[in-house]
Design a protein around this ligand. Structure first.
Ligand SMILES: Cc1ncc(COP(=O)(O)O)c(C=O)c1O
Length: 337
């Protein structure tokens, strides 16, 4: 085990021992390569550098209460990466290759998987880069798939806490038929301005509305939105939202816990009717939303800074599965070691 100050870890790059790579050329993927090199050498005219032909994934491995190490739903990340690759006409890995690469990355970096008691985890970042040289805009048939990892701290250091966010109308995250539903670097590049604007005003994140009409709730920063009311879990359905694997899992957990689940349009005004609201994603599982500020209209949707009961219950259940405390009845975990 590495001598790491686990308690001080945040969410940042941390050098580990190895990363896993595959190269695509001449119509096929290479065999897996394992390297300790943190750098990649590529041509200065590589497509990923100029035209954003780059996609990525994010998932975690957890050292459980029983000492076993589990990856959470890597097959779902694989399928999402395949969708992202298809959208950008990049060579796509197979599900088996993606999962095999993730498992190898975890095994090779076993000393960097945080101990159970720390509440920390190992974050994996599979990244697919279009590496072919190009000057004109076109699809490319050479790519690198690199899977690296970093130990990351628990998102909530002092227990779960609620956040305040801003409803964003100055900029949109994704166009109706754009790339919002796939995990391409460009989506994040276009969201930086909004995030900075929110930070400057003292908010920790932004809630985006649908780009066409600004009348419906869409994505919550780099996470999905959900609201709870009348024993119902409601989350927006839209072709420009990234299908969150955490949200998919929470929908199942909500159903298992006896809630009704609705995936549908959420008009902005409906924000006033939720008893609880939250953002969900791999990083935090659930970030409870304390208040949403609509500065353009002088309206505040106040859910209270005390973490809601349903958010807490769903969070505990999902983390329980990830850390091996709760039975994994849907077979989501892949046991690595
Ligand atoms: C834009 C966006 N939405 C939602 C999510 C949450 O997805 P997941 O639960 O798969 O981490 C992420 C994080 O990957 C994201 O970047």
């Amino acid at each position: 085990m590495e001598n790491i100050k686990w308690g001080e870890l945040g969410f940042a790059y941390y050098k580990t021992a190895f990363n896993v790579r595959y190269h695509y050329a001449n119509g096929q993927w290479s065999k897996m390569e394992v390297t300790d090199d943190e750098y990649i050498k590529m041509h200065m005219s590589a497509a990923c550098l100029h035209y954003g032909l780059e996609i990525f994934e994010g998932l975690k491995a957890f050292r459980g209460v029983d000492g076993k190490v589990r990856l959470f739903r890597p097959d779902e990340n694989a399928k999402r990466m395949i969708n992202s690759a298809n959208r950008l006409c990049l060579p796509a890995p197979t599900v088996e290759q993606f999962v095999e690469g993730c498992v190898e990355c975890v095994k090779r970096n076993a000393d960097f998987i945080p101990p159970y008691e720390t509440g920390a985890s190992l974050y994996l970042r599979p990244t697919l880069l279009g590496t072919k040289t190009c000057l004109g805009v076109r699809a490319v048939d050479e790519a690198d798939l690199i899977i690296f990892c970093a130990p990351v701290g628990p998102y909530f250091k002092g227990g779960m806490s609620a956040i305040k966010a801003l409803i964003m109308r100055d900029q949109d995250r994704a166009a109706p038929r754009g790339t919002g539903d796939v995990k391409v670097g460009g989506n994040y590049a276009s969201s930086i301005w909004s995030l900075e604007a929110a930070h400057e005003k003292g908010f920790s994140n932004v809630l985006y509305l649908d780009a066409a009409t600004h009348s419906k709730v869409e994505e919550f920063g780099a996470a999905n939105f959900f609201g709870i009311k009348n024993n119902t879990y409601v989350t927006p359905k839209s072709a420009s939202i990234l299908p969150s694997i955490t949200n998919k899992s929470l929908r199942q957990i909500a159903a298992d816990l006896g809630l009704t689940v609705e995936e549908r349009d959420i008009p902005v005004e409906e924000l006033a009717t939720f008893e609880e609201a939250g953002a969900c994603g791999t990083a935090a599982v659930i970030s409870p939303i304390g208040a949403l500020y609509d500065l353009d209209n002088g309206v505040t949707y106040d859910y209270g800074m005390k973490v809601g009961e349903t958010c807490k219950k769903m969070y505990d259940h999902l983390q329980g599965i990830q850390y091996g405390r709760v039975e994994d009845i849907h077979n989501w975990n892949v046991e690595v070691m």
